[in-house]
Ligand binder design. Structure first.
Ligand code: PLP
Length: 447
């Protein structure tokens, strides 16, 4: 990118906007890519250049850009009731309907839905519910939470603590006390010499159990995990992983929170990652594809084991003292309802299953290119990891490939040296080929 021209939107952005996940000083030099509009799987910048949005924004725009029915649903709700809250026995149609819809869609028995505005808030709220429950059950010592190295659960204080990535802790004085991290289930990088995938999966469960025993099982409240790790590098669990880990949680009566913020609503080829991996979570956190990110909407589903004690405690105290101004926002809820309706009407889950073999074939082919180390994925989410002996710093080659892809009209995201692919679920087979043709050419540019 060139230095922004004076008074351009780029220059004003540089002057006034502190960006997320950005080197602020570098941004002052390079400026932003200003995205102006979008249609289907494509977005266009303010110079008229078109890109495939290979990340569906931030793993989230399931229906692609410009879906008129979502725009109409938002407009209708804006006209009728643009805002109302859900505090203190108040409610409205869209939030009640969305709660009913989500509880009924859940692949495991769930009792209630609670609404938040972001994945981070959903995970923070889950921790607060879990702590409140422990107190309600007369187990105030049961407060520690375990998540995983390279897991991603957001950036608010507690969610960032759950996140197991150095950049979310470094210089923030995180994690907070009582949040612990267990082994990252990445077979290629974490396996021992000669260890099979199944044996590695079992060892992950042993590591988890050892951590629980070291800390004292009576102090561990919950385990948070994404069915497939997303922002940590798209790490697909090794064979047998969930079969080995879940019994450990059951054995010590530890709540299981499935962070479905990326996997939820079709990404892995089922409605939820929980179905793909036969999980039995007590809480599911949902966001992103819940509204295709047209509105910031997120939710938690909680089962009776969680809801019951929380409800009793709130009755005893007189309040479940938690809530966001935007919890269950009517416009967000209306958009989410319409989004779910479209996913079902168009049978996008079958579409993901139909397209996935070609997506995986092209992902694996990219993984056979020069410099590629590993290709991994499932459904319509994947990553290819690269290494280059002349660019040994973490992220150096990944950053170069990412820039080359952008030059050629493909927006991806490099997590270190792993390039992620997570397109809108509506992508066609021809568009999958278009995306990977660009990716291959970009890799050749850098090689
Ligand atoms: N959980 C997962 C699995 C995520 O991928 C993300 C965001 O990428 C979050 C939580 C946090 O969501 P948000 O950025 O909306 O706070």
């Amino acid at each position: 990118m060139n230095k922004p021209l004076p008074n351009s939107i780029e220059a004003r952005d540089v002057a006034y906007h502190l960006h997320s996940y950005t080197d602020a000083r570098k941004h002052e030099e390079a400026g932003p890519l200003i995205v102006e509009k979008g249609e289907g799987i494509y977005v266009e910048d303010n110079n008229g250049k078109r890109y495939i949005e290979g990340m569906a924004g931030l793993w989230s725009v399931a229906l692609g850009f410009g879906e008129q029915r979502l725009i109409d649903a938002a407009t209708r709700q804006m006209q009728k009731l643009p805002y109302y809250h859900t505090f203190t026995h108040k409610g409205h149609g869209p939030s009640a309907e969305l709660a009913e819809k989500l509880v009924n869609m859940a692949p495991v028995p769930m009792s209630k839905a609670y609404f938040t505005n972001s994945g981070s808030e959903a995970n923070d709220t889950a921790i607060k519910l879990i702590w409140y429950r422990s107190n309600a059950l007369g187990q105030p010592e049961r407060k520690k939470i375990i998540s995983r190295v390279k897991g991603y659960h957001g950036v608010t204080l507690a969610a960032a603590s759950l996140t197991g990535l150095p950049n979310n802790h470094r210089s923030f004085d995180l994690p907070i006390e009582g949040v612990l991290h267990t082994t990252c289930p990445h077979y290629r990088t974490m396996k021992k010499e000669g260890e099979s995938e199944q044996d590695f999966a079992k060892r992950c469960a042993v590591d988890l159990e050892e951590l629980i025993l070291k800390e004292g099982p009576e102090t561990i409240a919950a385990f948070f995990a994404e069915p497939v790790m997303g922002a940590g590098g798209v790490i697909v669990p090794p064979d047998g992983y969930w079969e080995a880990v879940q019994p450990v949680l059951k054995k010590y009566d530890i709540l299981f929170v499935a962070d479905e913020v990326i996997c939820g609503f079709g990404r892995t080829g089922n409605m939820f990652g929980t179905e793909t991996y036969k999980l039995q979570p007590d809480i599911m956190t949902l966001s992103k594809q819940l509204s295709s990110s047209y509105m910031p909407v997120s939710a938690l589903l909680v089962n009776e084991k969680v809801y019951g004690p929380v409800a009793d405690e709130s009755h005893k105290i007189g309040v479940w003292g938690h809530g966001y101004t935007g919890s269950g926002h009517p416009v967000g809820a209306a958009v989410a309802l319409e989004n779910l309706k479209i996913i079902e009407e168009r049978d996008l889950i079958s579409h993901v299953r139909d397209i996935s073999p070609q997506f995986m074939k092209r992902l694996k082919q990219l993984g056979e290119q020069d410099m590629a180390v590993e290709a991994r994925g499932i459904g319509l989410i994947g990553a290819v990891e690269f290494a280059h002996e002349k660019a040994p710093d973490v992220g150096a080659v990944g950053g170069r490939i990412n820039r080359a892809m952008q030059e050629r009209g493909l927006i991806s995201r490099n997590m270190g040296d792993a390039l992620a692919f997570c397109p809108p679920l509506i992508i066609s087979e021809a568009q999958v080929n278009e995306m990977f043709d660009i990716a291959e050419a970009a890799v050749a540019d850098v090689a």
